[in-house]
Write a protein that binds this ligand. Sequence first.
Ligand SMILES: [Zn+2]
Length: 383
Amino acid sequence: MGWSVKVATVKGIEIKVHLTFLLIILWAAVEGGTGIEGGLRGAVFGVVSTTLLFVCVVLHELGHSLQAMRYKVKVRDITLLPIGGVAQMESIPEKSSQELAISLAGPAVNFVIAGVLAPLALWILITQIATYLSRPVYLLSGTGQRLLGWILDGLFYGTDWKALVFYLLSMNMTLGIFNLIPAFPMDGGRVLRALLALRLDYLRATRIAVNVGRGLAVLLGVAGLMFFQFPLVLIAVFIYAGAGYERKMVEVKKALQGLQVRQAVTRQLQVVTPTTPLAHILDLIFHGYQSNFPVIEGRRLVGVLIREDILATLRERGPSVPVGQVMRTEFPVVNLSDSLLHVQQLIAKSGVKAVPVVEDGFFRGLITLDKINQTYALLSPRR
Ligand SMILES: [Zn+2]
């Protein structure tokens, strides 16, 4: 993701912060500085507490990621956005027990943090009550309500470390519980799907989980409108859209699984050699329909020339550069009988957007993401 800076690396996972996140920190400073206690102290408290909250969000994502890595899922990075953390994983396993464990690992981290803070919070609460009770009697004449008010004011609106403990405790409980709401794109949606998929077909389990999530989103939206809580309405819209996206993803995945490379391969191709200058390639692009080229030397396939690389090199180094300097020499290879899902995942993993197809050691053609999309549009069911 652009606009992100790396701040740390944990077990090979890059932790990045999106620059818009600085706005949140700024907002925390302003909010803290103009709060009840306010001033510089309030501003510092706002920044420290918000930063620690987002550290907890990163730990939540790390929980998912480390659990996923146990199942050999590659995790590229975790990016911190103003709306929360996003872990970029290669592909989540369809094995329900694994998906269940990965989904639960995130909220579990928040409950563990809350569990660690809870005894400390209890101790603070007890000492706070003890301090109150040791005060002169005239202060004690108030009701229990006043006692409660005084304690809560100190602990939830204060700007000292005690208030910080209570803030982090409550936020971690909230994060854990909120994420377990059984609706995509929350973890709870995945948990529900994984539980259903223990008994049902994966696609069916997804559809049911999506409908449950949408139902909850509608209820949340209606409640938000009734009580004029517009942030709730926004969250409801977000959940509703996210649920549909998840179903689409799974449907596309199933469809691609059922289609083979032979249905999408381009066999009529211009081949080029490593010594061909890019100027000539440009001619071929203008006069044909092809923008990715297999590179042949003798009778051997030695590289793949892809559109993005051609355009980037033309911009930076001009048209006289030979193909040999631009082509990808490391590329995956697929068979005619491989599924399109397999190809799509290979393309995502390798970044090579045109993959050579071979059969019995002979080059048969290229398959591209565009062709996969076209084939899906033409041949997938329910169209
Ligand atoms: Zn999560």
